[in-house]
Ligand binder design. Structure first.
Ligand code: PBG
Length: 324
């Protein structure tokens, strides 16, 4: 016999009661779908570690955009894989670059779909790092800011609705805000990857985006996976610099960070359910070890529960279908 009259199970006994008691929900409007557009691709090139995801030519990217819109997913995120790279990332801000052309194509066809442009230099750098490298092989934070700002402005000029810097240089949000404002884009929001960890869960992405660093790793600019308080400071700093939204990345191994950031800032918070998280569930599902639909929806719901308003996920299209 219970010692008092409390029985928490009472509210779980029927579907309508569970609906009333449910604290968060998951719907297609909480999702955003990342795509990879390759300048050299003439047809989709499947990415081995990410079943169901391919590097796309622009035409196929336009078709993806249509599907995303029809599924009720509000946003698409574009990653570009340029044909040429150098040590100044000169392709990043090119007006006819692969990302710029893709943005124009998608916005022309589907003006109502939100196009988020990831702003980073690693895909355009011959060495694969997110910033300019000096003779000693170190990242030059301040020299990188100018290039990032030019890149963000060129994405804005191409028609991007949101720019999302993912480089983790200090001061980039302010530098990008100033550059956007002086180019007349006062109204264009910045979604900053504020708490981006030096994570091995990006492995499949680097195959997909052909952006593995040639030497060293990214731990001199991305966050130490041990640090939650520092992640909160990053988010607060980015909001002070003018970020309109902040992101935590990866998502599932960092739900505690997501929760802490959610409580620290009052702007919308996004989470990036990254390539390695996708690859894990896909591999387990393909091996028959897990029920894909159920585990994906549970994982995404848990990211919502931790505090995400928006989830960038390669499962977005599948999840939207399952939720219909
Ligand atoms: C670019 C960038 C990365 C991801 C998003 N933007 C790779 C990295 O920083 O190493 C990872 C996304 C994913 O793993 O799905 N800087």
């Amino acid at each position: 016999m219970p010692t008092n009259h409390k029985r928490l199970g009472r509210l779980r006994r029927s579907d309508p009661l569970r609906k009333i008691a449910r604290e968060v929900d998951l719907s297609p409007r909480h999702l955003a779908y990342p795509i990879f557009v390759a300048e050299a691709a003439t047809e989709p090139r499947p990415i081995k570690s990410m079943p169901g995801i391919s590097q796309l030519p622009i035409g196929a990217a336009e078709a993806e955009a249509r599907e995303v819109l029809e599924l009720g997913i509000p946003a698409i995120m574009i990653f570009g894989i340029p044909e040429r790279k150098d040590d100044q990332a000169s392709g990043a801000a090119a007006p006819d670059g692969i990302v710029q052309r893709t943005i124009r194509t998608i916005k022309d066809a589907y003006p109502e779909l939100l196009v988020v442009a990831d702003v980073c230099l690693c895909q355009y750098m011959s060495h694969g790092h997110c910033g300019v490298i000096n003779a000693k092989g170190e990242i030059e934070n301040d020299a990188t800011l100018e290039l990032l700002a030019q890149t963000a402005v060129s994405y804005a000029q191409a028609g991007a609705d949101v720019v999302a810097p993912s480089d983790m240089m200090d001061g980039r949000v302010l530098a990008i805000r100033r550059a956007l404002d002086s180019a007349g884009f006062h109204e264009l929001p910045i979604l900053s990857y504020a708490a981006k960890f030096a994570s091995s869960f990006y492995g499949p992405f680097r195959e997909a985006a052909e952006s593995s660093p040639e030497f060293g790793d990214r731990s001199s600019y991305q966050l130490d996976p041990a640090n939650l308080e520092e992640a909160v400071r990053e988010a607060e700093t980015d909001v002070q610099e003018g970020a309109d939204m902040v992101m935590v990345k990866p998502a599932l191994p960092y739900l505690d960070v997501l929760r802490a950031v959610r409580q620290a800032v009052s702007v919308p918070v996004a989470a990036y359910n990254v390539s390695g998280e996708y690859a894990m569930l896909k591999a387990a599902a393909d091996a028959g070890h897990l029920d894909e639909e159920r585990v994906v929806l549970e994982a995404l719901l848990s990211i919502r529960r931790a505090g995400a308003d928006l989830i960038f996920t390669y499962h977005a299209k599948d999840a939207a279908r399952w939720l219909q």
